[in-house]
Design a protein. Structure first.
Length: 464
């Protein structure tokens, strides 16, 4: 999809606000237009990003190829100081809205929106806005490539394929290096938790390490850790066939893919920071070599873990990656991203990811970044009072509460990870399960949302 600044063309369809709630395509002597419903709410960046996505999807559904959108209409409510940043995300959201997962459609849909023209852009802003749009389109394209990897079924996307995707995404970019540990190396590195989760599958686990060195040699890096479970059957604690989202569990590597996408974009932009991506990748399957409920495993950190539920596998693979990050990189910040709990969906619905941050006075800053990029996040606490959740009778910690309590599952996930990050490094945990899958209300195309790639990129750009 091209996004340009200019005038309406002979082939373009103008977007206008209609008077009714329906979306209509109107042809008249004066030309054709796409009538979208009048906006009822006070315009904000939130409503405007949603609006551009709605425009793109409506145009696509009606086989419209070129649309023109009045800049004044789309940017209403955005302060002048934020206009370039808004333009970048407007473009990335527009490109994302144009996406559908069509790899396995043998008759590919011809519906494809080719060009969005923003008309009446004030002369003084043209340069700034067109540069921002260029960045935004590039970001949207990477996000869509990663969505294709997320949406690929688990039979076609094993841990090794995820490693291939990391290699392919990063191969032609400067200052970036990808290293992949196979199952032998994983055991040699004493990543006992990753090995336990992945050993029951014929597709053995991989540990993917992406190092981007855009900053000065001595600058401490930011480490992004992404959950890379290529399929989550639940293991011997098998997920139920209804209500357990089994058929969607190929998306359980979305956090890992988001990390690959973010590293790709940072390298492409040449951001002057050192950033490392770590993706523990495994398939959580059932066989005679699977790990069992009741098993006690020794993690990379040396801490022993009592496995009370094999479906709480994400926190296990992340535990090893987090302790690896601490011992190898002395990071100034660690951020982990994971489709970790169904409980996050219960808490927030499908509209926002849950996050935890240490020190917790940084939460407002995080929410602001999320708001700016259009990927919403809401904070939850990690108080000491919740430590009972990880106590074990038989090992150092347990992967779910040993007292049978079942409340606060999102917090339980965070409290478990906290055991492996040590006490000092600034750290953030994103439970993106609510944003694993898009809904019709997102105007994004079905399947993976591609979040929180924009958030990770922005965070790396501005974190001090
Ligand atoms: N991958 C799931 C979480 C999930 C569920 C993400 C549905 C998106 C949609 C995770 O590994 C899991 O199974 N979590 C369990 C934890 C429980 C056993 C403590 C859950 O949420 O039920
Ligand atoms: Zn699980
Ligand atoms: Zn999972």
């Amino acid at each position: 999809m091209k996004i340009t600044i200019g005038n309406e063309s002979k082939t373009s369809v103008r977007v206008e606000f209609g008077t009714t709630d329906d979306i209509r395509f109107v042809e008249s002597n004066a030309g054709s237009s796409l009538r979208i419903p009048p906006q009822k709410k006070e315009p904000t960046q939130r409503t405007q990003l949603k609006l551009i996505r709605t425009i793109v999807r409506s145009a696509k559904e009606r086989s419209v190829k070129v649309v023109s959108v009045d800049w004044g209409m789309i940017s209403v409510g955005i302060p002048e100081s934020k206009i370039a940043q808004f333009a970048e995300h407007l473009a990335s959201h527009a490109v994302a809205a144009g996406y559908d997962f069509t790899v396995f459609k043998t008759q590919e849909s011809k519906r494809k929106i080719e060009n969005i023209i923003f008309t009446n852009v004030p002369e003084k802003n043209v340069n700034e806005i067109s540069a921002a749009i260029k960045n935004g389109v590039a970001m949207g394209e990477v996000i869509n490539e990663m969505r294709t990897i997320m949406n690929t079924s688990a039979g076609d996307l094993t841990p090794e394929h995820l490693a291939d995707a990391a290699r392919t995404q990063c191969s032609k970019l400067p200052k970036i290096k990808v290293t992949v540990f196979d199952e032998k190396r994983i055991q040699k590195e004493k990543m006992g938790a990753l090995w336990a989760v992945g050993k029951g599958s014929t597709h053995k686990p991989r540990f993917i390490q992406i190092e981007y060195s855009g900053g000065a040699k001595n600058d401490a890096p930011i480490v992004f850790v992404g959950k890379g479970i290529t399929f989550d059957s639940g293991g011997l604690n098998l997920k139920p066939s209804s209500g357990g989202s089994l058929n969607e569990m190929h998306l359980d590597m979305s956090g890992g893919a988001a990390v690959i996408g973010a590293l790709h974009i940072l390298a492409k932009k040449g951001v002057k920071k050192n950033v490392i991506g770590l993706i523990p990748a495994a398939e959580n399957m059932i066989s005679s070599t699977s790990y069992r409920p009741g098993d006690i495993i020794t993690s990379h950190s040396g801490k022993t873990i009592e496995v009370l539920n094999t479906d709480a596998e994400g926190r296990l693979v992340l535990a090893d990656a987090l302790s690896y990050a601490i011992t190898h990189f002395k990071p100034k910040l660690i951020v982990d991203v994971a489709t970790l709990t169904g409980a996050a969906l219960i808490a927030l619905g499908q509209n926002a990811s849950a996050f935890f941050v240490r020190p917790d006075n940084r939460a407002p800053e995080i929410m602001e970044i999320a708001e700016d990029v259009g990927e919403y996040m809401w904070p939850l606490p990690m108080w000491d009072e919740y430590e009972y959740m990880v106590r074990s009778d038989r090992a150092d910690v347990a992967n779910i509460p040993s007292d049978g309590s079942r409340w606060g599952g999102v917090i339980n996930g965070a409290m478990f990870l906290k055991e492996f990050v040590g006490k000092t490094v600034p750290w953030m945990h994103i439970d993106m399960a609510p944003r694993m899958d898009s809904t019709g209300r997102d105007a994004l195309g079905k399947g993976a949302t591609g979040e929180p790639i924009r958030f990770l990129v922005r965070l790396a750009e501005i974190f001090k």
